[in-house]
Design a protein around this ligand. Structure first.
Ligand code: MN
Length: 260
């Protein structure tokens, strides 16, 4: 993207909460601030925590829900794949927006996230991408209006900047009303990891089965400057994520260890 907001831009929307999720509705209103050429290709059911999975071993069915809106029996990454290589192959989107996810995607959680992975897939294809997530209340209610309000400012600003290749932008909105938000903070990814939780249950035939849950991360001192810190302190958090996973500081050390 070369410095300025594109005229007649095309935007692709995707998510991992499913085609009928309220966050996708909010994302659609958000995108309509920039263009009418908005397309949606999203999973038919919730695929949260699908990460960057591609479906290889069974077919994908698509359904046209309305003009420019398709549901897919696959993962968020399948949706972007299908959009770019089939539905929109004659004219790729200029921007991909993924979300707005129900619940934040911060710390180590982003490695599981289907929301982030959809943005990753578009980034790998060279398309500027933003993942957006709205922190939840813990009681089932979500302040979607906060994401819609602050998301507009952020997308506008992002479109006016040059975009680094292989970098996507991860945006998280705090659990506050739009006027309570303190501002925008550019943060780095925290290393917070949610503790795992398994429920062991018995089915009607007496067999044991398990259901993965999630405990709140253990209380610890927040590290200033991270995505977790920014959200807890009432800021919208913006983190640039790089898709090349090489850990550069280890290169020299490992070279010495293996080659000397
Ligand atoms: Mn989700």
């Amino acid at each position: 993207m070369e410095g300025s907001v594109l005229a007649n831009m095309r935007i692709l929307l995707v998510n991992d909460d499913g085609i009928f999720s309220p966050g996708l509705k909010s994302l659609n209103s958000l995108a309509k601030n920039f263009t009418n050429d908005v397309w949606t290709v999203a999973p038919d059911t919730e695929r949260s925590a699908a990460s960057h999975a591609l479906t290889l071993h069974h077919p994908l069915r698509v359904q046209k829900i309305s003009p420019r809106t398709w549901s897919v029996t696959g993962t968020p990454t399948d949706c972007v794949y299908l959009a770019l290589h089939n539905i929109l192959k004659s004219k790729w989107p200029d921007l991909v927006l993924s979300g707005i996810n129900r619940g934040s995607n911060i710390g180590d959680d982003i490695t599981y996230s289907g929301t982030i992975a959809a943005a990753m897939e578009a980034t790998l294809c060279g398309i500027p991408s933003i993942a957006l997530s709205q922190m939840d209340n813990g009681d089932g209610t979500i302040q979607w209006k906060t994401a819609e309000h602050w998301g507009k400012k952020i997308i506008k600003c992002a479109l006016q900047r040059d975009w680094f290749s292989s970098v996507l932008i991860n945006v998280n909105f705090p659990n506050l009303t739009k006027s309570e938000v303190k501002g925008v903070y550019v943060s780095k990814q925290d290393d917070q990891h949610s503790s795992g939780k398994f429920e062991e249950r018995i089915d009607p035939r007496g067999n044991t089965y398990y259901w993965i849950g999630q405990d709140k991360p253990k209380k610890r001192k927040l590290v200033q400057g991270t995505d977790v810190w920014a959200l807890e302190n009432g800021f919208v958090s913006i983190t640039p994520l790089h898709l090349n996973l090489t850990h550069t500081p280890s290169l020299t050390e490992l070279s010495k260890a293996f080659l000397d």
